[in-house]
Ligand binder design. Structure first.
Ligand code: URA
Length: 436
């Protein structure tokens, strides 16, 4: 019998379970352009509301992995370790962690994505280095890992192209924050990218797609299970995203903060997350035997400058201006700034983290439609974070923009994202747990 996409949409909308064959039909048809965006958008929304069971999620993952080529990284010596975050605000982790791990001898062969929903993406951030390209052929990707120990590529037409198309569609159709869609999106490209081991950073809190810890742990377990089932060593760290990570939110601003971290001047929370995830990478990649040894090695490559040099080598190898690694004034810069100020004394009790991400989008740092281009220079530098004491008139955050109207709208919204309280709030732990 001929399958019809409209029948599958009805089936899922009404709470039915899609078979592996139906999911394969839908993924193949969408990748090849036979199924249009509007039908796939409706299907994504149906999945968003009705969910998918474990079997459907696995079928979707495998169909997306097999929608293109699956890389064979056998030509690279050693245990190749990939890392992926479920997405956060100010989450510039890969920019610092990938060179740190590479400087410790881990071959880092990583596939990254662009901004998604209110969160930023590594590829957009890396494009802050003028000339930098992540559209590199697989052969060059492999060569670069062999030569300098690190390469990051975007999804080409060949690697998990179904996810590439769906990712861009979900970004602008309010269909990101669903467990099965996130798990299949991440794991399909991780499996297609061919690494031996995968470290997942699963975010939880008001700036994450999964706001509740319980859901984040469930997502972590689901992804680890898919990874292990496909023969990959896989570990997930569940980490806090109830406020932005570090101080910088926005593409070039985050690149600058990552560079400062590699210079030993990074924010404490951001450094701690890099050390925690890096420890898992070094253990999986057999470059350390204990957590203590791994942390020591990771701190040593910051101290001796080798992680920073690795970043410069990596930027250069992919066509970027590596001078910006040593002189961050060469990164894109916005023309306008505005400070938002506390209107009372107290403590920062809460920062509505997703709102901060949306403010960065409003300034031009993210996409409104699939075709939008983004402004790499705009964003926000937080000056106060949760738990800090403030006096009326203190600057809470500085916004960077190139458009006065956007700046005013974002400033108003950002001020509302801050809650000032009389009581000092309880500190949330950064690392919630590890699933392996
Ligand atoms: N990161 C991805 O690659 N996909 C998602 O769906 C969410 C975060």
């Amino acid at each position: 019998m001929n399958m019809r996409m409209s029948d599958l949409i009805v089936k899922k909308r009404n709470g039915g379970t899609l078979t592996g064959e139906e999911i394969g039909f839908m993924v193949e048809g969408y990748t090849n352009g036979r199924i249009p965006d509007y039908q796939m958008s409706a299907m994504m929304m149906a999945i968003y509301f009705q969910g998918m069971n474990e079997e459907e999620t696995l079928s979707l993952t495998m169909a997306m992995r097999d929608s293109g080529e699956v890389l064979n990284l056998k030509a690279i010596d050693g245990i190749k370790v990939d890392k992926h975050s479920t997405g956060g605000v100010g989450d510039k982790t890969s920019l610092a962690l990938a060179p740190m791990a590479a400087a410790c001898g881990i071959p880092v062969a990583k596939m990254s994505g662009r901004g998604l929903g209110h969160t930023g993406g590594t590829i957009d951030k890396l494009e802050s280095f003028s000339g930098f390209s992540t559209s590199i052929p697989a052969q060059k990707f492999i060569e670069n890992v062999n030569r300098i120990g690190i390469s990051i590529m975007g999804q080409t037409a060949d690697l998990a192209p179904a996810d590439k198309k769906l990712y861009a569609l979900r970004d602008v159709t309010a269909t990101v924050d669903n467990m099965s869609l996130i798990a299949s999106s991440i794991m399909s490209k991780k499996l297609a990218a061919g690494a031996d081991a995968i470290v997942l950073d699963v975010k939880t809190g008001s700036g994450a797609f999964m706001k509740e810890e319980e859901d984040s742990f469930a997502l972590a377990r689901e992804m680890v299970k898919i990874g292990n089932g496909a023969g990959k060593k896989c570990v997930a760290v569940v980490s806090d995203m109830d406020q932005p990570l570090g101080f910088a939110v926005g593409n070039a601003l985050e690149v600058k903060e990552a560079i400062e971290t590699l210079q030993g001047r990074g924010p404490a929370d951001f450094l701690e997350l890099c050390l925690t995830l890096g420890t898992q990478m070094l253990l999986l990649g057999k470059k350390a035997e204990t957590e203590e040894e791994a942390r020591k090695k990771l701190l040593a490559v910051i101290e001796d400058g080798s992680a920073l040099r690795k970043l410069a080598e990596f930027v250069e190898a992919q066509g970027g201006d590596s001078a910006a690694v040593y002189d961050t004034s060469l990164l894109p810069k916005a023309s306008l700034t505005k400070e938002i100020k506390a209107d009372r004394d107290g403590f920062v009790g809460h920062i509505e983290c997703e709102e901060v991400g949306i403010c960065s989008l409003l300034l031009g740092g993210g996409r409104e439609t699939k075709e939008s281009s983004i402004d790499l220079s705009v964003g926000i530098m937080l000056q106060k974070k949760v738990g800090d004491s403030v006096l009326s008139g203190d600057t809470l955050a500085i916004l960077y923009a190139n458009d006065g109207k956007k700046l005013e709208a974002a400033a108003e919204r950002l001020l509302r994202a801050y809650r000032i309280t009389d009581e000092e709030p309880e500190r949330r732990s950064l690392i919630k747990g590890v699933v392996s």
